[in-house]
Every structure is written in structure tokens, then in C-alpha cells.
Write a protein that binds this ligand. Structure first.
Ligand code: SF4
Length: 74
């Protein structure tokens, strides 16, 4: 599974980072990003999700106020 965030719609409430800190983190701009290689993935960049994290990612997606967390199966 891959995950990405469209930051244009992120409210900055930090919920995803609270629910799944291994995958999501807040950046200096106050918006959430997917973590990637020790840094932040670019807007819209698809990042592989560790299988153990998939449930938490889907939970964050379901609760995201901005509806801006996207996942794909491939
Ligand atoms: S849950 Fe959604 S709106 Fe909230 S910080 Fe994460 S990406 Fe942004």
C-alpha cells in the first residue's frame, strides 16, 4: 500500500501524526507530511507503507478532517 497527502487541504490539526507517528509528522509549515527516508515526502509523493502500519494509516485517513490522506493498493 502507498500513502500520500495533498497538503493544500490539510487543516494542520495533527491528528494523523498523533494516530500514526511512524508514518505522519508535522512540518515547520504547520502541515502534515508523510515521512520518507528520515525526512518528509513531497506533496503528492506516494510512499510505501509498512504492512504493520496499514491499519493505523487507514484509521488516520478515515478521521482526517481535510480528507487529504490518500492511499492506493499498489
Ligand atoms: S489528519 Fe488530515 S487534516 Fe489533520 S493534520 Fe493529518 S493530513 Fe492534515
Amino acid at each position: 500500500m502507498k500513502v500520500w497527502i495533498e497538503q493544500d487541504y490539510c487543516t494542520g490539526d495533527g491528528l494523523c501524526a498523533d494516530l500514526c507517528p511512524d508514518v505522519f509528522a508535522m512540518n515547520d509549515d504547520g502541515l502534515a507530511y508523510v515521512k520518507d527516508d528520515g525526512g518528509f515526502a513531497r506533496t503528492g509523493e506516494r510512499v510505501d507503507v509498512d504492512q504493520a502500519m496499514e491499519e493505523a494509516v487507514l484509521d488516520a485517513q478515515a478521521q482526517c478532517a481535510g480528507e487529504c490522506i490518500y492511499v492506493s493498493k499498489d
